[in-house]
Every structure is written in structure tokens, then in C-alpha cells.
Design a protein around this ligand. Structure first.
Ligand code: HEM
Ligand SMILES: *[C@@H]1O[C@H](CO)[C@@H](O)[C@H](O)[C@H]1NC(C)=O
Ligand SMILES: *[C@@H]1O[C@H](CO)[C@@H](O)[C@H](O)[C@H]1NC(C)=O
Ligand SMILES: *[C@@H]1O[C@H](CO)[C@@H](O)[C@H](O)[C@H]1NC(C)=O
Ligand SMILES: *[C@@H]1O[C@H](CO)[C@@H](O)[C@H](O)[C@H]1NC(C)=O
Length: 408
């Protein structure tokens, strides 16, 4: 309780000190561009007749990502759920319109769970196991705090559910679903998703004693929230900018409604509905959307930018002192100015990822070089103060960070 109060004080102090008064954002130097192109072509329709849904068998891997689970169920990637680095990127791009830059970041983070001695780095989209000589690859489910993070859209926090960070928790899906009236006219749009992410953040603070929300985890949580509307929406001729109906959300999330009207989750049954249209080919979900959407989300709920975690049980959230973490290069006050937030997150990844890998010897080179390849072009488009060090000691105070293995 004491810490809840402390948190409230810190948040309000941060808000005041950091000037988040009403009107602040209207005068923001960087507007949020409306990049959505009103274009449509009929080949955006995903042919699920040619790639029919096939439920996973007991030896097929499924995990925390509904997009990859759906790709496997429709055999756009191997049905067993073991996918290579390249195929994960290309098929996410082809079927869902995820931009190559963003897909590549995701695939690099997936390397934490991959077989780095295998050709094109195969990884399981769920749990790990059989492949790999260097070390048993963990699969995506085993990448807690390296990729898989707390405060997910529908998945449980790692320590809160005894390590089950990959199943959908029906309560969280229901909460999202109920943010809109049960009607075909309801659109689970960006604003709805922002609201859900804010609710989930406070839920993690209140319910997960080991909640950890460092720079990487914040990025993963916010990005994947935005993927819901950005990638699952139906982009038809009528709504080229995308419209996400409840029934489509349910289908891609493996949720159905039973005879008494209750939502039911069938793990692993993520399904692309018939007559579903992906994003326009000329308007992929790449950095041109990712960065403005994140900014819009953070402007709407600035608390989401308060990296930190619970330090002594639930409701003990302590934000990280960003000045301390970055040797004074960044501070929370100016994080929402210019490109700072994106600059901080991408540069922090460049420093934190190699650090996290230092115990894993031979694999470092591969991951680091891939990471530099994919982050370089993104950073080149931003005007950034130069981040040179991250004071990792600041992270050590968080039990949810300390007890995970090789956290980023
Ligand atoms: C290179 C390809 C991809 C990789 C490696 C990847 C990996 C992941 C991982 C590890 C998570 C768990 C993050 C967490 O802890 O919350 C996740 C979540 C998520 N991914 Fe993917 N993903 C990829 C592509 C896609 C695509 C194509 C979609 C399209 C819909 C998608 C949508 C999502 C969503 C909505 C979540 C949040 C899940 C939830 O908590 O409900 N991802 N992804
Ligand atoms: C963005 O552009 C699309 C297509 O022209 C339009 O339908 C939508 O209303 C615009 N959104 C905003 C917030 O201006
Ligand atoms: C997508 O939108 C089109 C046009 O409104 C509609 O015909 C189609 O049924 C929608 N797809 C889904 C899966 O709802
Ligand atoms: C952590 O919380 C417990 C009570 O839940 C309290 O006894 C203890 O002093 C707290 N530790 C610190 C370091 O604040
Ligand atoms: C920065 O963090 C370190 C490690 O947690 C701490 O010892 C130090 O007092 C902090 N300095 C400031 C100025 O907050």
C-alpha cells in the first residue's frame, strides 16, 4: 500500500515535473502523421481456401504469438511450429503486412530462443526442446525478458502464472472484448487498444509481484498491443484503413462463443477468417506506422513510458530514473520530445542485447550483427542524442529482472 501511494506520488510528480499538463501535447513539435493510404486491391484477400486451417496436433508447437500460431495453422509457415528466421519475416510480411523492418526486429529477438547452429536459425514458435547442439533452444515461450514480456495483451505475466506466459488468459481477452459493445459495428481500433494496454499495465502492477517493465519489455508490450489493430484488421474496399470487428479479433485469437454466449478459448486454434483482407501492399506496418503509433500511445498514456517494475511485491512499482540509467543522456522529462523515445528504445536495445548475451559466448556475434543490421536503418531516420552506456545496476533492484536468465 505504501508503495502504491509512492507510485501515485511518483507518477504525479513525474507528470508535474515533466510537464504533461493539458495542452502540452497539442503543441508537440512532431505531429502524428496520418499515413494510412486509402488504397485497396483485391489481392489483399488472404486465400484460406488454398491454405485451410488445420488444427495443431499434440507434437506441434504453438506459443505466445497469435500471428505466428495462425500462420502455422494455415501452413504459411511449417505446421509443426518450427520456423526459420527468414520464413518468419517473409510470411509475416506476406500474410499480415508486417513491415520487413519490424518483422526483422522481431526475428532477431526470436534468436534468443533459436537454434543458432541450424541453417537459417530455426526456432519454435512455442516451447523448446529437441533441436540444437549449442544449448537447448528455448523457443519463443522460453524467451522471458529477452523477447517475451510482462503486461501482454492477453498472455499472463511469467511469474504470475508459474511460467505460463504463452496461453491466453480469458479474463484479459474478455476485458479487451468488453471495451466495445458486442456489435458488428464495433471497431477494436487503436484507441481501444491503447486503453487496454493502460489497463494491463496497472493490472501487472497490482497483481504480479515480479512485474518487470524495462526498456525492452516496454517496447515489446507497446508494440504488440499495436499489432492487434494494425495487423488483424480487415482492410477491405469499404474500409481501406482497416476495421477490426469482434468476430475477426476472436477468430485470430482462437476464441469462440458457446451456446450460452460465453467466450471460449481453444489453445492453438488461431484462425484467419474467410474473406479477410490484409493491409494494402503499399502500406505495410513498418517504422512509418510503428513509431507514430507508439508515440500516439505514449502521448495518450504517458505512464506507459515509466520503465520500472515492482520492487517488493504487488503495488510496489518503482519507475527507473532514466537519467541514472543513461548517464544523463536521456531523462523522463524530455522523452516525449522529438524522436527521443524511439531513439532511447532502439539505442538501449543495441546496448542491452549484447550485454544480455555475454554469458552465452559464441552466439553473441550472430545476434549482435543481425541486430545492428536491422536497427541501423531505423535509427538513421531519427535525430538522436547519442546513448553510450546503460547503467545496468539500476535494473538489479527489480526481482523480476534479477531472477530471469540472461534478461535484456
Ligand atoms: C517475425 C515474426 C514474429 C515474431 C518472431 C513474433 C513474436 C512474438 C512474441 C515472442 C510475442 C510475445 C510477446 C509478449 O510477451 O507479449 C508476440 C506477441 C504478439 N504478436 Fe507476434 N511475432 C511475429 C509476428 C507477428 C505477426 C505477423 C502478428 C500478426 C497478427 C503478430 C501479432 C502479435 C500480437 C497481437 C501479440 C500479442 C499477444 C498477446 O499477448 O495477446 N506477431 N509475438
Ligand atoms: C486517415 O486517412 C484515412 C484515409 O484517407 C481516413 O479515412 C481517416 O479518417 C484519417 N484519419 C485521421 C485520424 O485523420
Ligand atoms: C471484410 O470486409 C469485407 C467488406 O466489408 C467483408 O465482405 C468481409 O466479410 C470482411 N471480412 C471479415 C473476415 O469479416
Ligand atoms: C517488503 O515488504 C514487506 C511487507 O510486505 C516488509 O516487511 C519489508 O520491510 C519490505 N522490504 C523493503 C525493502 O521495503
Ligand atoms: C543511480 O543508481 C545507482 C544504482 O542503483 C544508485 O546507487 C545511485 O544512488 C543512483 N544515483 C542517482 C543520482 O540516483
Amino acid at each position: 500500500m505504501r508503495f502504491l501511494v509512492l507510485f501515485a506520488i511518483v507518477v504525479s510528480a513525474v507528470r508535474q515535473a515533466l510537464a504533461f499538463p493539458p495542452g502540452y501535447f497539442e503543441g508537440h513539435a512532431r505531429g502524428i502523421p496520418n499515413l494510412t493510404l486509402p488504397i485497396f486491391s483485391s489481392d489483399q484477400r488472404i486465400d484460406v481456401e488454398a491454405n485451410p486451417f488445420l488444427a495443431p496436433g499434440k507434437n506441434d508447437h504453438r506459443g505466445p504469438c497469435p500471428g505466428l500460431n495462425a500462420l502455422a495453422n494455415h501452413q504459411f509457415i511449417p505446421h509443426n511450429g518450427i520456423v526459420t528466421f527468414t520464413a518468419a519475416i517473409l510470411q509475416s510480411n506476406r500474410v499480415f503486412g508486417l513491415g520487413l523492418d519490424t518483422a526483422a526486429i522481431a526475428a532477431v529477438l526470436a534468436l534468443f530462443g533459436a537454434d543458432l547452429l541450424g541453417v537459417d536459425f530455426p526456432f519454435s514458435i512455442g516451447g523448446g526442446g529437441e533441436l540444437g547442439l549449442l544449448r537447448a533452444p528455448t523457443g519463443l515461450s522460453g524467451t522471458h525478458n529477452q523477447f517475451e514480456s510482462d503486461s501482454s495483451v492477453t498472455r499472463g505475466d511469467f511469474y504470475q502464472f508459474d511460467g505460463d506466459n504463452y496461453h491466453l488468459q480469458l479474463r484479459y481477452f474478455e476485458a479487451l472484448y468488453n471495451l466495445q459493445p458486442d456489435s458488428p459495428d464495433s471497431n477494436y481500433d487503436a484507441e481501444t487498444i491503447f486503453e487496454h494496454s493502460h489497463i494491463r499495465f496497472h493490472q501487472s502492477i497490482a497483481e504480479d509481484e515480479f512485474f518487470f517493465y524495462g526498456p525492452l519489455q516496454m517496447f515489446v508490450s507497446c508494440l504488440t498491443h499495436n499489432l492487434v489493430y494494425g495487423l488483424m484488421s480487415n482492410h477491405s474496399a469499404e474500409s481501406p484503413e482497416g476495421f477490426l470487428q469482434g468476430k475477426v479479433l476472436k477468430s485470430i485469437y482462437a476464441i469462440s462463443t458457446d451456446l450460452s454466449g460465453n467466450l471460449v478459448y481453444t489453445p492453438g486454434h488461431e484462425r484467419i477468417p474467410e474473406n479477410w483482407y490484409r493491409r494494402p501492399f503499399l502500406d505495410e506496418y513498418d517504422a512509418r506506422h510503428v513509431i507514430p503509433d507508439l508515440l500516439a500511445m505514449w502521448l495518450r498514456y504517458p505512464e506507459l513510458l515509466l520503465f520500472g517494475g515492482n520492487i517488493n511485491g504487488t503495488n510496489t512499482y518503482a519507475p527507473i530514473d532514466l537519467g541514472n540509467l543513461t548517464g544523463g543522456v536521456f531523462n523522463t522529462a524530455s522523452l516525449l520530445e522529438g524522436d527521443n523515445a524511439a531513439c532511447f528504445v532502439f539505442q538501449a536495445l543495441q546496448i542491452l542485447v549484447p550485454d544480455a548475451l555475454s554469458g552465452l559466448a559464441g552466439v553473441v556475434v550472430v545476434i549482435v550483427s543481425k541486430l545492428l543490421d536491422v536497427l541501423g536503418p531505423l535509427l538513421a531516420g531519427l535525430t538522436c542524442p547519442k546513448l553510450t552506456t546503460i547503467n545496468r545496476e539500476v535494473l538489479e533492484q527489480y526481482p523480476g529482472y534479477k531472477q530471469s536468465s540472461h534478461p535484456v
